[in-house]
Design a protein around this ligand. Sequence first.
Ligand code: FES
Length: 112
Amino acid sequence: MTQLTILPHPELCPQGMQIEAKPGKVLCDTLLNAGIALEHACDGVCACSTCHVIIQQGNASLAAASDEEEDQLDKAWGLTPQSRLACQVKIGSEALTIALPKYSLNHAREMD
Ligand code: FES
């Protein structure tokens, strides 16, 4: 099992969380199953950017993002070099530390 550390997020995960995840599982599904209500507007088909997460540690152990993922990420709020779309990330064997962005694109739109 792979250890995931989710850093605290005021709404989605106020205390932070540790998750034991199965390698090969999709990160978005794993977070949702753990009770973290990460947005996933397109249901995991790489057609939105609402499942944006920031892999603060362990990024190098993951398969590189596809061009499709990079294109969607360009639209994400608060993009960083460690940004990924959780629905496109398969968990590997190395522990990950994950930050959830303060806003998703949907939130950012609501605030316009
Ligand atoms: Fe839409 Fe991940 S849920 S890109």
